[in-house]
Write a protein that binds this ligand. Structure first.
Ligand SMILES: [Zn+2]
Length: 286
């Protein structure tokens, strides 16, 4: 078994991020598995080497370790391009020139089986003339998957049977960088990751990633989407909630809170039982 933690180096990890990392590590290590660290730095504007270095230091400070070298997505564009080419060869990719505002407006109109807010496929059915006109505009196109509104069901170790319909999401952005969904699927398969433990804010992405894996002929990992940690105001934990990072907390203090919030007594390596973990978000510093 191989698990992973894959942070974006856009700031300091808070206790919620650290708790997700700890859980991913526990899931893998308690089963005698491998554990990998991958830096998801495709967003060049927000990713900073100093954030990466700090995140690695903080993960080490709470006692986590990983196998092999740290992998950075920014160094793997060639792999993502290959995957994109395969989807293109199968006729499942089309260019999209829509602006954010156009997508919002289109998504509000009633249409077919897609939930509100999903991209309704405006650019999928352009005529040749319409396509040529948009190409002439010079606006860079994003590339989308023709997902054919496929319905994906999967089993989650914490949430049980779940799933959803997949919309035509972006594979490659207009600024010529790979989109998160494509990179994650390619990386997990390439690195042999067969267990994905991550925050449940990402559970809605999972049907997209499963569909991509299937279309690319890649294995589907097992999933455990773990509850987020919230601030006392019920909002997603953030800097404004005060002492939330190891800048203000001793690693032992953070670890103690994490273990208590998960009903774990350390060391727990022998017996991590997903069914005993909380399913609801935990609040930091009530
Ligand atoms: Zn479009």
């Amino acid at each position: 078994m191989t698990g992973r933690f894959a942070p974006s180096p856009s700031g300091r990890l808070h206790v919620g991020n650290l708790r997700t990392a700890l859980l991913a590590w526990l899931f893998a290590r308690s089963a005698g598995g491998r554990f990998l660290l991958r830096i998801e730095d495709l967003d060049r504007a927000r990713s900073k080497p100093e954030h990466e270095a700090q995140q690695i230091a903080d993960l080490k400070a709470i006692g986590l370790d990983w196998d092999g070298e740290v992998v950075r997505q920014s160094e793997r564009t060639g792999l993502y391009r290959q995957a994109l080419a395969r989807l293109e060869n199968e006729g499942r990719v089309y260019p999209c020139w829509c602006t954010r505002a156009e997508i919002r407006a289109a998504a509000e109109a009633p249409h077919g089986p897609l939930p509100e807010g999903f991209y309704p496929g405006t650019c999928r059915d352009l005529t040749d003339a319409e396509r040529a006109e948009r190409e002439r505009s010079g606006r860079p196109a994003a590339l989308r998957l023709d997902a054919q509104a496929e319905e994906i069901a999967f089993h989650d170790l914490l949430h049980g049977e779940t799933g959803g319909v997949v919309d035509d999401f972006v594979l490659w952005r207009g600024d010529d960088t790979p989109a998160y969904q494509l990179a994650v699927v390619v990386d997990d398969a390439d690195q042999g990751v067969d267990q994905v433990v991550r925050g449940d804010d990402l559970i809605d992405s999972t049907p997209r990633q499963i569909l991509l894996a299937r279309l690319l002929g890649l294995p589907q990992p097992a999933y455990a989407h773990v509850p987020l940690v919230l601030g006392p105001d019920g909002q997603r934990l953030a800097k404004r909630h005060g002492a939330v990072t190891l800048a203000d907390l001793a690693p032992e203090e953070a670890l103690e809170w994490m273990a208590a919030s998960l009903n774990l007594t350390l060391p727990v390596l022998e017996n991590l039982a997903p069914e005993r973990l909380p399913r609801e978000p935990t609040t930091w510093l009530t």
